[in-house]
Design a binder for this molecule. Structure first.
Ligand SMILES: Cc1ncc(COP(=O)(O)O)c(C=O)c1O
Length: 434
């Protein structure tokens, strides 16, 4: 079928879904031909309150009557209120906010601030990380998408991710003891030209296969940064505002970063992001001429949506919900693991869960063809999930349902996954070596 999808759109990530969406509500999307699909990725992991939450849509409608967009030097009430609210949620000294649009941009701004403040330029990311696809921050995106676009920024280095199921330094098995961190800094130090500026990290590496760093990892990372005068930048695009069962992912380790970037989960589906710094960093950078003026910096419409998101998260106790429902989801996935040999590992925190498929548990060979077939079968049966790259191939299901997900909806998703795995393996037993 040659339709508008093929004629008029640049295919920005391979193929498109085999249906057109007509509407969405809560954890569900409804296709133009009337099918309901359970959305276990909250859109692009943005609709943490579920799709089209009435409080978010009401806040947006109000801005349509008042003001949608302004010149960047004019401020509005929603912008001031959101900045104050973000500062009140974050620990001292994080209190200065810039309101932006996308996660890539929030990280880009964090890097600009870090470089200007330290006067250095070398930036370190974790392997299997994802921080966005702009050229600057994309240089320390190690999970995908470097080939074909020319050189990375000079001074872009990688630390091996604490991926205990497939230890990058072949040291641990199942429980990381942070040897990868020490080995990684040894490499970084030897490559550095003496301008180490910052480390950027996700509290849980999501696109790289739902890798949960061990307890204490970020405290150790902070020590490595401090010893070199580097800043610690945490990218809370997916993990901020409750998904991991705490307001921010970094709270799990009791570490306060120097800069935080938030995005996806702040806007309730509207493009909204923020970078938050200390007054010390802000004042220093402003004195040095910091500039980041964009078309939609400090726009009222997204700010109003973000404020509504934060109010609902607090009023509906969604951080605690994520913790409780997350435990329930992981428990149900472990039950599945007990019956399917091809589920090599189940991991996650809060409502960010990963399930890694292998050909068999002995070899742990990634079962990427099986993963693609099961994803398609799940979708046919009404469950939408991502498959992301763990190891060298795309064999890890990522589940990030809205924080408002119910136990019944989790049960339904697990049932569809169970039936899909069974059906695919019955039809195509060659997809496994077990
Ligand atoms: C952890 C993380 N950081 C940054 C980004 C980039 O955000 P955006 O796509 O809004 O630029 C993403 C997007 O998936 C992400 O997962």
């Amino acid at each position: 079928m040659t339709d508008a999808r093929e004629r008029f759109l640049i295919r920005y990530a391979g193929s498109f879904a085999p249906f057109i969406v007509a509407r969405a509500e809560g954890a569900w999307v409804e296709t133009a031909d009337g099918r309901r699909v359970l959305d276990f990725t909250s859109g692009q992991i943005c609709s943490t309150l579920g799709h089209n939450h009435p409080r978010v849509t009401a806040a947006i409608r109000q801005t349509l009557d008042e003001v949608v967009h302004l010149n960047s030097w004019m401020l509005s009430e929603p912008v001031l209120a959101l900045a104050e609210r973000l500062a009140s949620l974050l620990p001292a000294p994080l209190e200065k906010v810039i309101l932006l649009n996308t996660g890539s941009e929030a990280n880009e701004v964090a890097l600009k601030l870090a470089k200007m403040h330290t006067g250095r330029f070398e930036v370190v990311g974790l392997t299997r990380s994802f921080h966005g696809l702009l050229s600057g921050i994309g240089s320390i995106n190690f999970s995908m998408a470097h080939a074909g676009y020319g050189p990375l920024l000079p001074g872009s280095f990688a630390l091996p991710a604490p991926y205990a199921y497939r230890c990058p330094v072949r040291h641990c098995d199942g429980a990381c003891d942070c040897t990868c961190l020490a080995a990684g800094f040894d490499l970084v130090d030897q490559q550095s030209v003496g301008s180490l500026c910052a480390v950027v990290a996700e509290p849980v590496l999501s696109a790289g296969g739902i890798i949960v760093p061990p307890d204490g990892y970020f405290r150790r990372l902070r020590e490595f940064c401090d010893a070199r005068g580097m800043l610690l930048v945490l990218d809370e695009a997916q993990t901020g505002f409750g998904r991991l069962g705490k307001m921010f992912g970094f709270e799990h380790d009791g570490v306060v970063p120097d800069l935080v970037a938030v995005s996806k989960t702040l806007g309730g589906g509207i493009p909204l992001a923020a970078t938050i710094a200390s007054s010390e960093i802000e004042e220093d950078c402003v004195a040095k001429g910091f500039l980041h003026v964009t078309s939609h910096v400090s726009d009222p419409l997204p700010a109003a949506a973000g404020l509504a998101v934060l109010e609902v998260i607090e009023e509906e106790r969604l951080v605690a919900c994520a913790r409780e429902r997350g435990e329930y989801l992981l428990g149900r996935l472990r039950e599945l693991q007990a019956v399917h040999e091809q589920i090599g590992d189940v991991r996650g925190r809060g409502l960010l869960a990963g399930l890694e498929l292998v050909e068999d548990r002995e070899s742990r060979r990634p079962a990427d063809v099986l993963g693609a077939a099961v994803t398609a079968e799940c979708l046919r049966r009404g469950l939408s999930m991502n498959i992301v790259r763990a190891g060298s191939s795309a064999n890890c299901f990522r589940m990030a349902p809205p924080l408002t997900i119910t136990e019944d909806e989790i049960d339904l998703a697990v049932e569809i996954l169970d039936e899909s795995l069974t059906a695919v393996l019955a039809k195509r037993p060659e997809l496994t070596h077990a």
